[in-house]
Write a protein that binds this ligand. Structure first.
Ligand SMILES: [Zn+2]
Length: 245
């Protein structure tokens, strides 16, 4: 969908946005870019000095606010606002040109480039994220910039699934927590439908229940796959329930 370079830059953009204080995966986290020394820890792939200046930190915090704004606009489907945000970042990146990636044939699509080799890390970071977000906009894929639907989580993530079905971030177990909650709600609804708990088998002995728990804990599996399996498991269980009645 996107080039490897763009995909990795988008992941960096989400990582940066998610250092802001707020609900993250069910926990209220503090600002993780509060001190200059936190920069190389928060963004380990970006070659910041071990002891960056507070001016560097301020630049990265401004970039973080800009990236988070683009993400929120895209998630809210306000594409004009998201494009405006991308244009701001592109303007500070300086002249943008197109280059052939290496190795290239005469039909290899060119990629966007900007900046100088002498740029400081915060400038390189800003330029890279601007170019990646521009590529996303050019591909008409800004709606892939999403915010986690998990309870108490506002993490930014990029939905790279074919059918745009990803709803949860990968880093905070949010899909698992949501599935467990939905599963418990279903169980509670089923019990109250039956109105009688006495002839209902304990689900902890139910092999299907075990299987479902395993699926739910595979947080790195694709959500679609997990959902599909769960739907099947649900149908199986429904059949089984009928037999028992
Ligand atoms: Zn989340």
């Amino acid at each position: 969908m996107f080039s490897a370079t763009t995909t990795s830059r988008l992941a960096q953009a989400a990582t940066l946005a998610n250092t802001a204080p707020g609900p993250r995966g069910g926990r209220l986290l503090p600002d993780r870019l509060d001190q200059p020394a936190e920069l190389p820890v928060a963004l380990p792939n970006w070659n910041f000095d071990e002891d960056p200046s507070s001016a560097t930190l301020r630049s990265v915090r401004k970039l973080r606010a800009a990236v988070a704004g683009i993400w929120q606009d895209a998630h809210a489907l306000d594409i004009d606002a998201a494009l405006e945000g991308v244009n701001h970042l592109l303007a500070s990146a300086g002249p943008v040109h197109v280059i052939a990636p290496e190795p290239a044939t005469e039909r290899t699509p060119a990629v966007l480039a900007a900046g100088q080799d002498s740029d400081v890390p915060e400038k390189t970071l800003s330029t890279s994220l601007a170019l990646a977000l521009a590529e996303v906009a050019l591909a008409g894929e800004l709606t892939r910039l999403r915010t986690c639907s998990g309870e108490d989580c506002t993490n930014a993530f990029v939905d790279l699934t074919r059918n745009r079905s990803k709803q949860f971030c990968d880093e905070a177990n949010c899909a698992n927590r949501a599935h467990v909650k939905a599963y418990r709600a279903r169980q509670a609804a089923e019990s109250s439908d039956r109105g009688d708990h006495s002839d209902h088998p304990d689900h902890s002995d139910d092999p299907d229940h075990e299987a479902e728990s395993d699926e739910m804990s595979s947080e790195h599996g694709s959500l679609e796959d997990a959902q599909e399996k769960k739907d099947k498991a649900g149908k199986k269980k429904a059949k089984k329930g009928k037999k028992k009645k």
